[in-house]
Design a protein around this ligand. Structure first.
Ligand code: DUC
Ligand code: ZN
Ligand code: ZN
Ligand code: ZN
Length: 493
């Protein structure tokens, strides 16, 4: 076979094993894996490098307005460039439907935003801020046909939250069509009530964001979301899980046969609430929702990843600037309630986990691959194309140099945020060469990608990791309600 490109002598890690071999690439796909492949038209020597699948980041906010209307600092160019430098080769940002907006127009708009800018491949999840009969019956099936096979709903934020009735409506539609439903689970009224009391006492500093978003607000809403998904026996995925209260509930539900999946993010492994308690308003740089907790919560998140309670590790990259708008819309007078929620992390997601997880022996290289790529591909309908190193898959490949150590400073990153919450940390092991569909997009600190070379990937329906394997969770209501479709493994209506 004659290859366009070969990667020689690397230490390859897939989702299941690690071995030394060459990789041969033809037409952007992996065509062969094995020892002593014949030279390609171009050869890359990977001696001493760890060769892994490019990351899939299935939770990023790019060129999207926040719940309070503030625009993200990263567009599809800067966001995708930053992702590529961090070893991520596919992103799945959100196309956000705000109330009154038509879903087809929203989707067309986001395609337009991304098309000429993205340097790596991308898909979209659809955020729904309401659930009208027209959306459920017509727009969601059409979105799925367009390759948008996952939706996100919020249980909090005035501008986005849907009530339990409409959460059930969306769950039923997702179950019928075989889509994945992502849920932001926090109890809106708990947060609102505690925040109001804090503000009345004059407690306005960033650290009070952490007090208002108590872990119990997260676990109460998580329990509710879990119950509703069990009522209908529909798979869901709880995003950005921060600590033991919610993780314990998720784990317990999974043991009962529930198909509740969950995600966590670097901020819950590497930051704590103490980071919000800094001089002046500096702490705003660390405010995300849910907020980072404490050392015990970090341990619970590691444990959740290790025992499979949490399946995906995403960045939840939410790029809001500190100096203008985003974090401090009212300057020094900004209260914790007025700051845009979220922290950047698209570029450092993988290096942080590689350094602290793999090289320090907390997770295996194979677990790293599963948590950063393979499980995302499976949960979001990309496994036929991406998420591992195997013949037939896209040649989205990263060569890691485990010997390089660098101190993080925002000036070296490629986002437009102006700060990083990980400033000053020492990270060991960096992505040195990054390939997207067999083309080198980043090499030795240089960007080689062209604007717009990233392609939209239409996703298939997810294959949820948990299928009620331990014990089935028969829905008691579905037989009476005539629920039909993919979630119930009978003919779709
Ligand atoms: N939820 C997210 O998913 N990202 C940023 C902030 C938020 O509340
Ligand atoms: Zn309604
Ligand atoms: Zn969220
Ligand atoms: Zn998010």
């Amino acid at each position: 076979m004659s290859f366009d490109l070969t990667i020689r002598n690397g230490r390859i890690t897939t989702s299941t094993s690690t071995f030394e071999a060459d990789i041969g690439i033809v037409d952007g796909r992996i065509a062969a894996i094995g020892p002593g492949l014949e030279p390609g038209r171009q050869d890359i020597d990977a001696t001493g490098k760890w060769v892994m699948p490019g990351g899939i980041d299935s939770h990023v906010h790019i060129e999207q307005a926040s719940s309070t209307g503030v625009m993200c600092a990263d567009d599809f160019y800067s966001g995708s460039v930053s992702a590529a430098f961090g070893g991520t080769t596919t992103i799945i940002p959100f196309a956000a439907q705000h109330r009154g907006n038509k879903v087809p127009a929203v989707i067309a708009d986001y395609h337009q935003r991304a098309r000429e800018k993205a340097v790596i491949d991308y898909g979209f999840h659809l955020i729904l801020s309401e659930a009208t009969p027209e959306m459920l019956k017509e727009d969601l099936p059409r979105a799925i046909a367009d390759g948008i096979t996952s939706f996100k709903v919020y249980m909090t934020y005035d501008a986005l939250k849907i009530d339990d009735y409409h959460l059930l409506e969306v769950m039923e539609a997702a179950g019928r069509e075989g889509a994945m439903l992502m849920i932001h689970a926090e109890n809106h009224d708990v947060i609102r009530w505690v925040a109001q009391r804090l503000l009345e006492k004059g407690l306005k500093a960033p650290k009070f964001h952490g007090v208002a978003h108590d872990p119990l607000a997260e676990s109460e809403a998580s329990a509710r979301a879990i119950s509703l998904s069990r009522l209908l026996d529909v798979p869901v995925l709880l995003v950005h899980i921060s600590g033991p209260e919610a993780i314990g509930l998720i784990r317990g539900a999974q043991r009962l046969g529930s198909k509740v999946h969950a995600e966590s993010c670097p901020q819950y492994l590497f930051l704590t609430a103490e980071d919000m308690d800094r001089e002046g308003l500096e702490g705003a740089k660390f405010c995300c929702s849910p907020p980072a907790r404490d050392a015990a919560a970090q341990e619970a998140v590691w444990e959740g990843f290790l025992d499979g309670t949490l399946q995906v590790y995403s960045s939840d990259h939410a790029p809001f600037r500190f100096d203008t708008g985003g974090k401090l819309p009212k300057g020094d007078a900004t209260t914790f309630k007025e700051m845009a929620n979220g922290v950047p992390g698209i570029e450092l997601r993988l290096p942080l986990l590689f350094s602290e997880g793999v090289l320090k022996g907390r997770i295996t290289p194979e677990q790293f691959v599963q948590l950063t790529a393979t499980n995302h591909a499976r949960m979001y309908g990309l496994e036929h194309q991406k998420g591992d190193i195997a013949v037939g898959l896209d040649a989205d490949i990263v060569l890691w140099d485990p010997d390089v150590s660098r101190t993080v400073t925002w000036a070296d990153l490629h986002d437009q945020v102006g700060y990083t919450p990980y400033e000053g940390r020492v990270i060991q092991g960096w992505p040195e060469t990054v390939l997207s569909r067999g083309r080198v997009v980043v090499d030795a600190g240089r960007l080689l990608a062209e604007r717009g070379q990233g392609q939209y990937v239409a996703r298939r329906c997810p294959r949820p990791i948990l299928e009620g394997a331990m014990r089935p969770n028969p829905s008691h209501v579905s037989p009476w309600l005539g629920l039909r479709g993919k979630a119930w493994k009978n003919d779709s209506a």
